[in-house]
Structure formats: C-alpha cells, structure tokens
Design a protein around this ligand. Structure first.
Ligand code: CA
Length: 404
C-alpha cells in the first residue's frame, strides 16, 4: 500500500521529495505538494494536521513563500517533511493526505520573476560555432572562456510541463532569399537545459559571491528552451535572442531542492583559462552536478546529454549575473544553456543532432530535421543519490501544435 511503502530504490523515494503545486481531484484550489513515489502529499494539510509551524509556508497556492523563507527554513522544512513521510508514528495522520499523481492537476510551481538563459556547454557552443561560423579560426567566441554568456528572456511565457507549444510565427530570411518572409517557423527546435530557481533575494548594488550560491538558489528543474531557428537566425545580430526564443519555455512541475542533490555534486571540467577572481571557483565546493538527461521525441530516445560536462557552474552564473549589482528576486529562474556532451548522441538540440538539418534523424515515425506539428518532446533525468539510489528529476514534456 502506497505511499509509505514506496519501493526501495524508487527515484522519487524519501531521499528526494521535490516540491510542486497541485490541485486535488475535483478541485481548482492550488496548494504545495511534495512527491513521494507516484503520490503527492498535500504538504500544507500535513503541516496543519501535525501542528507544524511550517503550515504558513506550505498551505499556499505557490512555492514563492517557501522560496523567500531562505536556506535555514528550506533545511528545516525538508527535515520535517522527511520525518512526516518516514516515521511510523505519523503514518495514520499523513497517509490520508496523499493523492495518486495520476489524479491531480499539476501547475507551474512558482511565480517566475526574471528569466535569464545561459550558454554554458562548451560542446554546444563549439557545435553552434562550427555550424554558423564555419570560416572562423576558433569555434568559440573570444569571450566564451572568460564569462558565462547569457541573455534576459521572457518570464511570462514560462509554462509547466504538459502545456502545448504553439508553433510560433515570425520573420525569416534565408541567405538566398531576396527579402524576408513571414509565417510559421519551419525550424522549430528544442534545447535540453537545467533551470535554477532563486529563492532568497539579494540587495540592489550588492553582488552575490560564488560562496553564497546555496543561500540563494533553492533548487533545480529540467527546462526546454523551445527555439525557432529560422526566426533566431534572421533577428539575432547584433543584440541576441528575441522572438525566436520568447514564445514558450517549459519547466518541470517538480523543483528538486539542492539538498537532495548533494551526492550528485561533481567538479566542473578543468579550466583552460585563468578566471577573474569573482568567477574563480578553484577553492570552492564542487559546482557541477552529475545529471543524466534523456531527450525523447514521441517516446523515442534521441539523445542523452550529460550535465556534468557543463563548463560554467550555476554558482558562477549567479555570481556573473549579479556582479554588476543587479539584484535577485524570489522566483528568478535561470537556464544553464543547452546541455551537449562530446559525442553525437549527447547533443541537446536538433540543430546539433541534425547538423542544421543536413543529417535527418531516423525516427520510427519518419525522418526529422526540425519538429513537426504533433511531436511530443520529453526531457527526463536522474542523478546519483545517497547509497546508490537515484534521484529522479520531474520530466518536462510538451506537444507542438499548429500555428493559429
Ligand atoms: Ca537556451
């Protein structure tokens, strides 16, 4: 009988406990839920039933109050939740407050404040360089090894997994076209990424140093940065991504707290260039995460990007994002950038997997260069957890629907 008896080794066992926001069956009320196996605990109801002071953070329609509460509160709440779902004395009280995952509605778990997207995979950046700047002496731009490149995106179009993705329309102009044309994108792509969720805000004018990363970042999720390559190619010079990216960004319904990922921390790749002091993490705790991502199109696995290969860490990205004095807000979200490993089957975008359409993928339902209407793209991932158990990340899935 679930959920106390979640099978040993379940990637969503009591060592994980990711947070989401759900509506119970037959209700439109939203409240914070914690996933255990294939069930969701009504965390606020459990807090009330057990007389916990954390009810004020958990009996809420969004994760933002918990995010804003800060690191000490995050640890205390996690410790309490672990006890609620594992200590036999709580079983009778807590067990009726679980719902089968298949019966609840999952929502975007937090109000997204600002959204930034980075470009931290050296393999991805080199592949893009080779595709778009084949004549350049170096496939990396001169700044790439000195700072984590990023841009500000559109937070209002971040959606939860399961939300349809409407094919965007826009201007495009192939080099051979005499003039730009307007219409639905014909090069709709994905970018397999990890999103980092900021909890505790920071003060305007005060940069956040590398060592304060865990005081500000609450957790992470999978993120798909849907991208219209044809729109992007025509618009991006000289100010960077705009409408080719801003139509939809999908995130998991579950935010995995950093505390669940301690066993997954790894050193990032060796630094080949000396870093300025605010980015130099040689003396910091390991800043990488060993997340094994899988990309599937219509259920068919096309790639397995390894997050451990990312050159820039989430702590460096946070430090760089605030080094000019820009402040953090609760609910800020930043994407890692497309995750691509060194081999062909580890690339995190169709742009790279098909080499800009030159080498179509052979799927069971036909060839693909870029996405077709009706395609469902699903990112999933796991990380090493304590004692050899896996930590599952909530999947992020979306179906492409035709332009209106
Ligand atoms: Ca991206």
């Amino acid at each position: 009988m679930p959920p106390f008896d979640v099978p040993e080794g379940d990637p969503f066992g009591p060592h994980n406990l990711p947070y989401g926001v759900f509506s119970p069956p037959g209700s439109s009320e939203r409240t914070v839920g914690v996933r255990l196996g294939d069930h969701v605990l009504d965390a606020g109801a459990a807090a009330h039933a057990l007389g916990s002071p954390y009810a004020s953070l958990l009996a809420r329609p969004t994760l933002n109050p918990l995010l804003a509460a800060g690191r000490t509160a995050w640890s205390d709440v996690r410790r309490a939740l672990t006890a609620w779902v594992t200590v036999p004395a709580h079983r009778e009280t807590v067990e009726p407050l679980f719902h089968p995952l298949s019966e609840v509605t999952l929502h975007l778990p937090f109000e997204v404040a600002d959204y930034v997207d980075f470009y931290a995979s050296e393999n991805h950046a080199r592949n893009v360089g080779r595709i778009f700047r084949p004549d350049a002496a170096d496939s990396l731009t001169p700044n790439w090894k000195h700072l984590p490149i990023g841009y500000h995106g559109r937070s209002g179009t971040v959606v939860v997994s399961g939300t349809d993705v409407v094919r965007p329309s826009g201007q495009r102009k192939a080099p051979t076209d005499a003039a730009p044309v307007f219409g639905p994108s014909v090069r709709l792509d994905i970018e397999a990424e990890v999103g980092f969720v900021v909890g505790a805000p920071s003060e305007l004018g005060r940069p956040v140093p590398l060592g304060d990363y865990r005081d500000h970042v609450f957790g992470l999720c999978l993120l798909n940065d849907w991208s219209a390559r044809d729109v992007q190619a025509w618009e991006y010079v000289p100010l960077g991504p705009f409408l080719g990216k801003s139509f939809t960004t999908s995130v998991s319904a579950w935010i995995t707290p950093l505390d669940a990922l301690d066993a997954a921390r790894v050193a990032p790749p060796e630094r080949t260039h000396e870093l300025l002091p605010y980015l130099d993490d040689a003396d910091e705790e390991p800043g990488g995460y060993d997340l094994r991502i899988t990309v599937a199109i219509n259920g068919h696995v096309v790639s397995e990007p390894p997050f451990s290969t990312m050159y820039w860490t989430a702590a460096q990205q946070l430090a760089h994002m605030t080094v000019n004095g820009a402040s953090l807000r609760t609910g800020d979200l930043y994407g890692s950038g497309t995750v691509s490993g060194p081999t062909e089957r580890e690339r995190g975008s169709l742009l790279e997997l098909t080499w800009n359409g030159r080498d179509p993928l052979e799927l069971p339902d036909g060839k693909r260069t870029f996405l077709e209407d009706g395609d469902v793209v699903t990112l999933s991932a796991w990380a090493p957890g304590p004692d050899g158990v896996r930590v599952g990340l909530g999947e992020v899935s979306g179906r492409v629907v035709p332009a209106p």
